[in-house]
Design a protein around this ligand. Structure first.
Ligand code: SAM
Length: 220
């Protein structure tokens, strides 16, 4: 009888561990029900670095149009990093060219009580970034949607490079850069901008579905 109970207990534990690993939540920071899938490890590491570097200004290109419902598909970064901003006296700017995306993101920002810590700007990211005057502690590049179409891939890669170049002057020696949707055919959104960054004093910390980069002299 005891052996039977032990076997059931072990099976339940293994099941729970496998489910936890597969489900990839960002608990306890975000509620367990949101599955951050392939972004969980890079989000976790980025949150750790935001803590360590005491980041104050966060800029995201491409906003969380689906709110937290998009945790698995899009990432819901506006809400994840907006929540971090709220809890750490920081501020987040998220910019998007689509009125619909801005509306969707703003609705979730409101629902999560993040209005005082997050502004969702309606603008082309390049225009917004060129005008941005503050130093940026964390830059998250995730705008121009990637697709199977080769021309769209090229335009998306070029756009993310242009975004980086537009804000490059506002990055400092301990800035953090995260680029989404990189492990996709032909290098994903990050291919061109990462090549540029690696030639210009940046190094890769994590190379996964998202690529996390810091400067070679990063102190943390
Ligand atoms: C994948 S979604 C962003 C997902 C979001 N970062 C998240 O974590 O949930 C891409 C967004 O980029 C926006 N976008 C596309 N081109 C843009 C541009 N030139 N400037 C700003 N936003 C752009 C789209 O409207 C779309 O809402």
């Amino acid at each position: 009888m005891y052996i039977f109970i032990w076997i059931v207990a072990v099976v339940v534990c293994i099941y729970a561990i496998v489910k936890f690993i597969k489900y990839r939540p960002l608990t306890p920071f975000m509620p367990y029900k949101y599955n951050f899938g392939k972004r969980r490890i890079t989000f976790r590491k980025t949150l750790d670095l935001l803590d360590k570097t005491n980041s104050k200004i966060i800029v995201e290109t491409g906003t969380s149009r689906a709110g937290l419902k998009g945790a698995k598909g899009d990432g819901a970064a506006t809400i994840v990093f907006g929540k971090w901003a709220k809890e750490n006296g920081a501020y987040m700017h998220s910019v998007d060219i689509s009125e619909e995306s801005v509306r969707g993101s703003q609705a979730e920002v409101n629902a999560q009580g993040l209005n005082e810590y997050v502004t969702v700007h309606l603008s082309d990211s390049l225009v917004f970034l060129k005008d941005f005057k503050e130093k940026v502690d964390f830059l998250y590049l995730d705008s121009y949607d990637y697709s199977k179409d080769l021309e769209v891939q090229r335009l998306s890669q070029e756009h993310h490079l242009k975004e980086f170049m537009a804000i490059e002057g506002q990055l400092h020696e301990n800035s953090i850069v995260l680029i989404d949707d990189c492990r996709l055919p032909n290098g994903g959104k990050g291919k061109t901008v990462i090549a540029y960054m690696l030639k210009n004093d940046w190094k890769i910390l994590i190379d996964a579905y998202q690529v996390l980069l810091v400067r070679k002299g990063f102190k943390f």
